[in-house]
Design a protein around this ligand. Structure first.
Ligand SMILES: Cc1cc2nc3c(=O)[nH]c(=O)nc-3n(C[C@H](O)[C@H](O)[C@H](O)COP(=O)(O)OP(=O)(O)OC[C@H]3O[C@@H](n4cnc5c(N)ncnc54)[C@H](O)[C@@H]3O)c2cc1C
Length: 378
């Protein structure tokens, strides 16, 4: 297994690290004002990150998987509020469009997604359907040249900014998983309404919405791939999405560890630097070991994916191991910052809130443990 990045990929990762280090200077301003400075969006857009997983033929960077993961880890050192739309752009919608979209859908969407001017969301979850996707109630009933879309989706990231939303709905409930269809829905479709933003502990903050589809007429050419294949397209995309969450966890853990190392060197207690106390050193060592282990399992899975191997089992392991490691690292980071680690405005307090959701979305840890055990026991 060779995890060294090729020179070009390493150059992209390094350039990203420099950009991120530069943009981190805006984090205090963001904490003070609750607003992401415009320069952040513009800098990230110019670097081309929106198009990382989009083919060059459609204006994307078509970054290879190891390089994309390394860049994703670097970006994840930023507050997640600095780049929510990039995370959507490199997520399952792009995957579904690239692999299953029609030529017309690709031409109409991918070039604009690649340059960050077309925003997308992914809508599976419903009030009564989260972990259990097949329990969804939203239906898309074909009537002549349209699908009549009815139902409610919830916890949909960035729906207020989306131009298009990939919506999953039953076209034939009697077929179970083979009855779910993916439709690329224009966010301005009459009958589609959004709730006010759902405030969160961290991560998305003002970016989470409930969507209501009330007799929305969706043109038949909004169908992505084949009718009844939506569940499988979602699963395909989720494999990579889970590795993306692994990248996010490692990046969050990295920034928490780096910030804590600096703090432990300069903060004095009992006449000596915090970092000189052995119990503190052990906590720092535990953080470093968690980060190292997480990085190893993540890049091993990405490397296998880049070789075309089936990474379903590994992506579940990555999702659980990296997100739980990040949770422990963030917790230790807050502990070592003492009272200041519990106050708004510090990096580690922000990371502590942000990493919590990584164990919930893209399949809760328990669901992944179920899948890992099912694989072991089959
Ligand atoms: C910030 C954020 C962003 C999101 N963005 C999107 C998005 O863009 N698009 C989208 O479609 N969805 C999105 N989601 C939804 C997310 O995918 C769901 O919240 C997640 O799948 C869990 O579903 P649920 O909340 O309904 O929990 P439930 O399915 O009700 O489960 C609740 C908890 O019960 C446990 N559990 C459930 N089933 C089992 C079991 N069989 N065995 C053991 N334990 C179990 C787990 O701990 C789980 O966390 C987002 C959620 C958040 C918080």
């Amino acid at each position: 297994m060779d995890l060294d990045l090729p020179a070009e990929a390493e150059a992209f990762r390094r350039a990203t690290r420099e950009v991120v280090d530069d943009l981190l200077q805006y984090e205090p301003e963001y904490h003070r004002t609750d607003t992401v400075p415009e320069v952040v969006q513009e800098t990230l857009r110019k670097m081309g990150y929106y198009g990382m997983t989009i083919p060059e033929a459609y204006g994307g960077l078509e970054t290879d998987k190891l390089a994309a993961a390394a860049v994703h880890v670097e970006l994840s050192r930023l507050p997640p509020q600095f780049w929510p739309l990039i995370r959507s752009a490199v997520g399952p919608v792009t995957h579904a469009l690239v692999n299953h979209g029609t030529q017309a859908q690709k031409r109409a969407n991918l070039p604009h997604m690649a340059n960050g001017t077309r925003k997308i969301s992914f809508a599976v979850t419903e009030p009564d359907c989260g972990s259990d996707v097949l329990a969804m109630r939203t239906t898309a009933v074909k009537k002549g040249s349209v699908y009549m879309l009815n139902g409610t989706k919830t916890f949909i990231s960035n729906a207020n900014k989306a131009d298009v939303i990939l919506v999953f709905a039953y076209t034939d409930r009697s077929k179970g998983r083979e009855g779910i269809t993916a439709l690329l829905v224009d966010a301005r479709t009459p009958g589609l309404t959004l709730s006010p933003a759902m405030p969160t502990t961290g991560w998305m903050e003002d970016g989470l919405f409930e969507l209501n589809f009330n007799n929305c007429e969706i043109p038949a050419d909004a169908l992505v791939g084949e009718e009844g294949r939506g569940f499988f397209y979602a699963l395909e995309g989720l494999n990579e999405a889970r590795l993306n969450v692994g990248c996010q966890a490692v990046g969050c853990g990295d920034i928490a560890l780096d910030t804590t190392l600096e703090y432990a060197k300069q903060r004095k207690t009992f006449g000596a630097a915090l970092a000189s106390h052995q119990a503190v050193q052990h906590m720092l060592a535990d953080m470093a070991m968690d980060q190292h282990g997480a990085r190893q399992v993540l890049f091993e899975a990405v490397w296998r994916l880049s070789r075309g191997e089936d990474v379903r089992l590994r992506s579940s392991m990555v999702k659980v191991m990296c997100t739980e490691a990040a949770g422990r690292t963030a917790d230790r980071a807050v502990q070592l910052h003492g009272g200041s680690g519990y106050c708004r405005g510090t990096v580690v307090e922000r990371v502590y809130r942000d990493v919590r959701v990584l164990r919930i979305f893209e399949g809760a840890s328990e669901i992944h443990r179920n899948m890992i055990a099912k694989h072991l026991l089959r």
